[in-house]
Write a protein that binds this ligand. Structure first.
Ligand SMILES: Cc1ncc(COP(=O)(O)O)c(C=O)c1O
Length: 401
């Protein structure tokens, strides 16, 4: 990558012009951040009501109401609201039988929280490659890889190279696109590997009539301020498994046994329950979800159209066989431009458009350097060329034409 302050050649300026013109054409605005939440009077009223209702902390009607709304919307049998998506990922792993000799297959192309949660659970991330078509796990490549590096013993998938058990796989629904979950399910069943989904970005994404997070054992969504629905900070675990939901609730509540006044804690637990204030905010936000999804769909169509004639960039449309929430829109630079990515991003941000690269691969970060990894050449290529463009739902209300 060439340092961005060293490159201002004509080609880079042309590319910046091309990307910025399409953003301006679609949104009609001269400045736009990457993503901003839609917050108004309903959220203020909900929080006000919660404050004066007397329950502001980790119990109260707002939490139950928020969890019920999540179940109604997603079709999950159970939803457990927690302090953030990362805590949700950590809890899913802790409650689903992770051990210190476990490896968790996880894409290298994801937000750092996916890998951090695995380390927090005392397990080992094992990085896998991503599919350029949907940004999810490349299942065919993983299939060949597992045949090479693993053997089945006592019903478990052993990594013969590390001597650990590959017990879990954590697919990530990047930008809300759902990848090859059917293929992953079949593969995971063959190797007796549990699927726990990082659905942090995928509230409102569906495939084959199922909501993200419900393809495996459980999935965690995030309600961080930059997500499609926010609670300020927050997350939730979705699952159809009643026993798992109970274990998650207990672990999220310091593993305290339910009792009106005694403090008995069965095991190491965590203080991860979502406060009622955040849940009240979330109840108001959930009422906006359909409108947000509709706005994001319009924005995606307009961007796709605007970039259809672009010379240096292609709109990332996603797999087409899922109903994505289109949380963040992305474009891909031509391969020959990847070395100029940061110069292009610098120029776009200087012009007022909040554009971002996708993440650095986790396998390149210092604290994951010793983790096992398959070759992640596709993820590397994607990371060098993907750029997120302004995607706030309110940009759709200003759509030109
Ligand atoms: C893919 C992914 N995983 C996990 C998280 C963590 O969620 P949170 O920020 O709520 O902890 C995020 C977002 O922030 C994310 O984008």
């Amino acid at each position: 990558m060439i340092p961005y302050n060293k490159v201002q050649n004509n080609l880079v300026i042309e590319v910046i012009d091309e990307i910025a013109s399409a953003i301006r054409l679609v949104t009609g605005v001269e400045k736009a951040v990457l993503h901003e939440p839609m917050i108004g009077q309903v959220e203020m009223d909900a929080v006000h009501h919660c404050i004066f209702g007397g329950f502001v902390s980790s119990v109260g009607p707002a939490i139950t109401q928020f969890e019920n709304m999540l179940c109604d919307y997603t079709g999950a049998e159970h939803a457990v609201a927690v302090v953030n998506g990362t805590a949700g990922l950590h809890l899913m792993l802790m409650a689903s039988g992770i051990g210190s000799n476990s490896e968790v297959l996880v894409p290298a192309l994801t937000f750092v929280a996916s890998g951090n949660a695995i380390l927090q659970a005392n397990a080992m991330p094992h990085f896998v490659d991503s599919s350029p078509a949907d940004l999810g796990i490349d299942v065919a490549k993983l299939d060949g890889y597992l045949a090479d590096i693993s053997e089945m013993r006592d019903g478990c998938c052993w990594n013969v190279k590390t001597g650990r058990v590959i017990s879990h796989v954590m697919p990530v629904h990047v930008f809300g696109h759902i990848g090859n979950v059917e293929g992953l399910k079949a593969l995971a069943e063959r190797y007796n590997i549990q699927i726990v989904e990082d659905s942090a970005e995928a509230l409102g994404s569906w495939k084959g009539g199922r909501h993200a997070g419900l393809f495996g054992t459980c999935g965690a969504v995030s309600f961080n301020g930059n997500k499609i629905v926010t609670t300020g900070g927050g997350g939730a675990i979705l699952t159809d498994d009643a026993n798992l939901a109970t274990r998650i609730r207990v672990l999220a509540t310091t593993a305290k046994r339910d009792h009106p006044f005694l403090y008995w804690h069965d095991s190491l637990g965590f203080n991860y329950r979502m406060p009622a204030l955040n849940a009240a905010f979330g109840v108001a936000q959930m009422a906006r979800l359909d409108a947000m999804l509709e706005a994001k769909s319009r924005l995606r169509i307009a961007y796709q159209d605007a970039y259809s004639t672009a010379r240096y960039t292609a709109f990332f449309a996603g797999p087409g066989n899922c109903q994505a929430n289109h949380w963040l829109n992305a474009i891909q630079l031509d391969q020959s431009l990847s070395q100029h990515r940061d110069a292009i991003l610098h120029g776009l941000n200087e012009r007022g458009y909040g554009c971002r690269p996708v993440w650095n691969l986790l396998s390149e970060l210092p604290h994951f350097r010793d983790c096992p990894s398959m070759s992640v050449d596709q993820a590397m290529d994607l990371a060098s060329r993907l750029i997120n463009i302004p995607s706030s739902a309110m940009l759709a209300s200003d759509l030109v034409g």
